[in-house]
Design a binder for this molecule. Structure first.
Ligand code: G6P
Length: 594
């Protein structure tokens, strides 16, 4: 994780870098810093947020600089461990996103050679290695230093008296933003949207020299061309637009996201991947994998594909899949990752590709690493998601999975037509939930008093229970567990009682009666029950303490309406508890370390 930025041009670099860094805080924000090349390299860094750094740092003069916002991997968040890091002479400064695996060995060697270190970070070996190899050519010295390194990195190198920045990437994202007699470097597009929409996506192994007028990219020592692309996201999409938090704005964007994603898929004439081929090659031929919230989308995908394609796909948490050696013969693997940069997911994708599998990425970020590894990519059209907690990107992932399932299903034509009609009605139904959010906010006020909450669901709404619990715990810091309803009595029942509320997600399908029974069992143990149920579900109203009534939808689509309601419940609970909703402690949006 971590976010890095660089600027070289004719304007003062410090305010530009700070502005860009604020947009990258979703990647980590435990400390931050900037280095500006003036007469000397001046560094200002601390274990504070970017906004505060802007308020307390002195004015650093110079039109070339680099910046960093950190998510600690090696060493606690502190001023000393914050980036940028310097070499011994103070003439070379580096910001880094990634992990240097052989840093201990390199550090020991450099210490023997006379280098002194100040921080506990792995990054600090980089400026020292560059210093060691520097004989007047920064590009060559950086290339030599990177040859010694085993690990992942996106780096920007700044050196005194040089009108250039040297950048490189391997397994961590890095983009260049092109301006008029100025250039930008950043971990991600939203950082530079205020300044330019002209972007170059660097590839793994690229090393580039950036001046204010030029970029020169090399791969293995030879010049390469990377095409300039125009970004379709706009500045407004990456701003709060009057909402108190990005998360609330992003929850409210979901009707539009569903509409946009469906419109795009409807326009497309070709199916990105032949899932039917997977069906014909047997039941062992499809794998869905992902991490975090995207894994919950994959779990729902399993139900969708089972229902519509009659294939029972295997699903895996990407980080666990990476330890298996027996699942490499699959015909089709679908990797779901909103950022397209999650290290574990990328590793799994590479492993599958090397084994000859066909890999399909479902991602929200054009040009992301996942899209480059994959044989084919389905883009979700959620727009930039700034809040750490995934909301609209999850809904867009579900749309991609529904679309894949529906367009390739062989269920009868009438049923298919009715599913398509329902799908198109979803934005309106989600809007209804948003319009009634005050009802959910009221329940959230009640929920905010508790410290342990269980979420239960069955069938396609079991993953929704997991996602509801994840959302609540990550932003409100309430301990929450999601359970398949039937499993609650195999252990968690021991914790039920007046201080352990249960959120029951009920759908009007073949799970309904069992859910009703489960709610009664929970009530008998005195746990307060808040149920999410279809409007007019009197049976549930009779047993639950409170019911959040949701519009009627086809069971297959119930995860969408239920998840939106749970996102609002988590949001308003966290708000009631005064939590920093967009930047939950210890979390980052893009997890680029294993
Ligand atoms: C982080 C984010 C989650 C996200 C997960 C997987 O933990 O905070 O919101 O679900 O990474 O990210 P991906 O980009 O692969 O979907």
């Amino acid at each position: 994780m971590c976010g890095i930025v660089g600027y070289i041009g004719n304007k003062q670099a410090q305010p530009i870098l700070l502005g860009c860094l604020e947009k990258l805080e979703y990647r980590g924000y435990d400390s931050c810093g900037v280095a500006i090349a003036g007469k000397d390299i001046e560094v200002y860094k601390d274990a504070i947020r970017v906004k505060m750094l802007g308020e307390v740092s002195p004015k650093l003069n110079g039109t070339t600089g680099i910046g960093h916002t950190r998510w600690a991997t090696h060493g606690v968040p502190s001023q000393i461990n914050a980036h940028p890091h310097l070499d011994c002479s103070g003439n070379i400064a580096v910001v880094h996103n990634g992990v240097i695996n052989n840093c201990q060995e390199l550090k020991a060697r450099l210490i023997r050679e006379g280098h002194t270190f100040t921080s506990e970070t792995d990054t600090e070996v980089i400026p020292h290695l560059i210093e060691k190899y520097y004989h007047g050519n920064l590009e060559e010295a950086t290339a030599a230093a990177l040859d010694d390194i085993d690990g992942s990195y996106a780096i920007i190198v700044l050196a005194k008296d040089r009108a250039e920045l040297v950048v490189a990437r391997k397994d961590s994202p890095l983009i260049l933003g092109l301006g008029d007699r100025e250039n930008y470097i950043a971990s991600d597009v939203p950082a530079i949207l205020d300044h330019t929409d002209r972007v170059v996506y660097l590839e793994d192994g690229d090393l580039a020299v950036i001046t204010r007028n030029e970029i020169k990219i090399k791969q293995n020592g030879s010049d390469v061309r990377r095409d300039e692309q125009k970004v379709s996201w706009n500045v407004e999409e990456a701003q709060k637009a009057g909402y108190e938090h990005f998360m609330l704005k992003e929850i409210h964007e979901q009707p539009k996201v569903i509409r946009n994603t469906l419109a795009e898929y409807t326009r497309a004439t070709e199916h990105p991947v032949d899932l039917l081929g997977a069906r014909d090659t047997g039941t062992d031929s499809m794998l869905l994998l992902a991490c975090g919230t995207s894994y919950h989308a994959a779990m729902i995908g399993k139900y969708i594909i089972r229902e519509l394609l009659k294939i029972p796909p295997r699903i895996e948490i990407a980080s666990e899949f990476n330890y298996y050696s027996d699942v490499l013969s699959r015909a089709v693997a679908i990797a779901i990752t909103q950022s397209g940069e999650t290290a574990d997911t990328l590793k799994a994708m590479k492993k599958l590709k090397e084994a000859g599998c066909r890999v399909l990425a479902v991602t929200n970020v054009v040009g992301s690493t996942a899209s480059r590894i994959a044989n084919e990519t389905i883009y979700t059209r959620a727009g930039p998601e700034m809040s750490v907690a995934a909301t609209k990107s999850f809904t867009a992932q579900l749309m991609a999975l529904y679309w894949l399932g529906i367009t390739q299903s062989r269920i009868d034509a009438r049923k298919l037509a009715s599913l398509l009609t329902e799908l198109r009605q979803l934005p309106g139904k989600v809007q209804q939930i948003l319009d009634d959010e005050a009802i959910i906010a009221k329940q959230a006020r009640n929920l905010s008093r508790f410290e342990n909450v269980f979420f239960i669901g069955r069938g396609i709404n079991y993953p929704v229970a997991l996602e509801g619990a994840l959302k609540l715990k990550e932003i409100s810091y309430i301990h929450a567990e999601g359970y398949a309803s039937g499993e609650l009595k195999h252990g968690p029942f021991a914790l039920l009682g007046e201080s352990s509320p249960v959120i029951a997600i009920v759908s009007k399908d073949n799970t309904h009666d069992a859910m009703l029974t489960n709610i009664k069992e929970v009530k008998a143990r005195r746990s307060p029950v808040i149920a999410l149920a279809e409007e007019g579900d009197e049976a549930i109203e009779e047993v639950a303490d409170a019911v959040i009534s949701l519009p009627r939808v086809e069971s297959l689509f119930s995860p969408v309406v239920n998840t939106v309601a749970l996102q609002l419940l988590a949001y308003y609970t966290a708000k009631e508890r005064g939590c920093p909703i967009d930047f939950p402690r210890n979390l980052a949006k893009s997890v680029t370390v294993e």
